[in-house]
Design a protein around this ligand. Sequence first.
Ligand SMILES: *Cc1c(COP(=O)(O)O)cnc(C)c1O
Length: 462
Amino acid sequence: MRYISTRGSAPVLSFEEAMLTGLARDGGLYVPETIPTLSAEQIAAMQGQSYEEVAFTVMRPFIGDTFTDEEFRAIIARAYEGFGHAARAPMVQLAPNHFLLELFHGPTLAFKDFAMQLIGRMFQAALGRKGERVTIVGATSGDTGSAAIEAFKGLDNVDVFILYPHGRVSDVQRRQMTTSAESNVHALAIDGDFDDCQARLKDMFNDFDFRDTVRLAGVNSINWGRVLAQVVYYFTAATSLGAPLREVSFTVPTGNFGDIFAGYIAKRMGLPIADLVVATNQNDILHRCLSGQGYHKGSVTPSISPSMDIQVSSNFERALFDAYDRDAGAVAQLMDELGQGGFDVSQGAMQALQDIYRSGRVSEEETTATIADRRRTTGELLCPHSAVGVKVADDLRDPATPMVTLATAHPAKFPDAVEAATGIRPGLPPRMADLFDREERFTRLPNDLDALKAHIKGNLSA
Ligand SMILES: *Cc1c(COP(=O)(O)O)cnc(C)c1O
């Protein structure tokens, strides 16, 4: 299996190389040259299997000879053993034919643990074998950073630096990044918003001298290894609702388009997904684009679902690449225009996108009302991101087709918003009850590339 860049002028890589690299050298994102498919029999066989068994079947065709079957099974087993639920990604029912897929039973209580725990183990195995080390730099709106720190802390062959927007992440999110004692963990509070953090990260990757000196590796949602890990739960959820004999739809609270793009990959692999629904908060560039209004940047408005406060959605480039029939030149051109503020999508590509994705946008008031309503009608406490998904699913779903809404974080990660809506302050699970007693450690830095590079070079542990 070979990986190519969405902008067409970076080297073609193996799975291992694409995973260890992150962003392609031409500024593009790596995608598999072809998407493998699973037969209806292979999908039917997943009914009743463990999460780990399904994970092996779904991901195996993508990893080539990076790991033996035995190694890969062991990596998967270790990745999910720390989860607080035997099913890993259990479902609960919200209404007739509407289900909630709980993706928040991992160590940092958000769905990003599914991918990060896995790639932490894959990095360790691949680097250990080669006797190499890397510097992982990530930008986060809150959940990626804590999941990355949790997955990479204490590993011998990596330093992990996480950029987060100072004052714009929740207390729980911040503490999950700043209270780790391991010396290879570096939390950086940047004076800016998430898009600034993401832009500085891209700048570092585009500075080849710096990139090669510190052996930069990216684990943001652009990393193909992360997208791949997220394909798995679409299969476990759909097969437990009757796939492949029955079509199932999904609604995904979306920011960087990674999670929903994983759903698209599942569909391309043969999973019968009827609708794939993008749910955004008031930062709705994706909804506007999918409604035919072009892809034009606005400014970020902070919301009660901060992990989706994004105006530039990195993984959308992968969707555009396929919508433009894999024309890398066209994608490179669009991304140039994005640098000037935005672009319009051609009619053919728009049609291709609308054939796959539907979308909706949710206001702050609707988010709060949805949290309150679901508490009343089902007893469930939703985090604000999950509530954005549930509201859009309510509006758009076909009652005859099972709808699965992805619950992307535990309500206790966003206690203020949940309490404001329901009067109930959700508590952290016992395994992290001491979070607020631990000492915090972070460095505050300006939104400035040179200051960041100097800090990273000066703080490597080896
Ligand atoms: C990251 C995140 C999202 C958005 O996921 P993308 O893959 O960026 O679309 C939604 N909800 C929560 C809680 C998140 O942490």
